[in-house]
Design a protein around this ligand. Structure first.
Ligand code: S3P
Length: 188
């Protein structure tokens, strides 16, 4: 099924690592017949370096600056499905931009679920850089709590992906978007 939803609306998937942003983003893009962009992969291609290397060589602050430039660039396009990096909401400017050129869908899950999903993937030798001095589970607990207000403020719609299938998640997002577009048209 391909719905004709608001032509200009970008759909940004936000949320912590392991909430399913890339997985859901790809399915959503297929269902809506739209272009899918993984903001982290886009950033790595643009910089010619992995995020892990950017963190190691230049630090998180530099990564966040590049990340903001990426969001600004993506906002110059329309009709995209974008899986963002988990920390994109830490910068209010990013949030303002995403909301101006689209909607932000927050994917959530509890710390235990997230840990199960990403435990093989975080650490110095693997793809995802550590973001704190804490280990695995503790890092997730700590950052979820710390980022809760930022995720909450940024979200136009929230889906908890812990207990439901990918299809159900995508259906929820699609009905939200349909209503959102309808409401926006009614307001005009
Ligand atoms: C980060 C999450 C990562 C990536 C970077 C920072 C974060 O993206 O942007 O390592 O601060 O939570 P994913 O959420 O896609 O893993």
């Amino acid at each position: 099924m391909s719905l004709n939803l608001g032509e200009e609306l970008n759909i940004f998937l936000i949320g912590f690592r392991g909430t399913g942003k890339s997985f859901i983003g790809k399915i959503l893009a297929q269902r809506l017949n739209r272009k899918y962009i993984d903001a982290d992969e886009y950033l790595e291609q643009k910089e010619g370096k992995t995020i892990k290397d950017i963190f190691a060589e230049s630090g998180e602050e530099t990564f966040r600056e590049i990340e903001s430039r990426v969001i600004a660039e993506l906002c110059m396009q329309n009709n995209l499905i974008v899986a963002t990096g988990g920390g994109v909401v830490l910068n209010a400017e990013n949030v303002g931009r995403m909301k101006k050129c689209g909607v932000a869908i927050l994917l959530e899950a509890d710390a235990d679920t997230l840990f199960e999903r990403i435990k093989g993937d975080v650490g110095t030798k693997t793809k995802r850089p550590s973001l704190t001095q804490y280990d695995g589970y503790q890092e997730i607990k700590y950052l979820l709590e710390k980022r809760k207000p930022s995720y909450g403020k940024a979200a136009d719609f929230v889906v908890n992906t812990a207990q439901i299938s990918a299809d159900e998640t995508v259906n929820k997002i699609m009905s939200f978007i349909e209503n959102y577009v309808k409401d926006t048209k009614d307001e005009l």
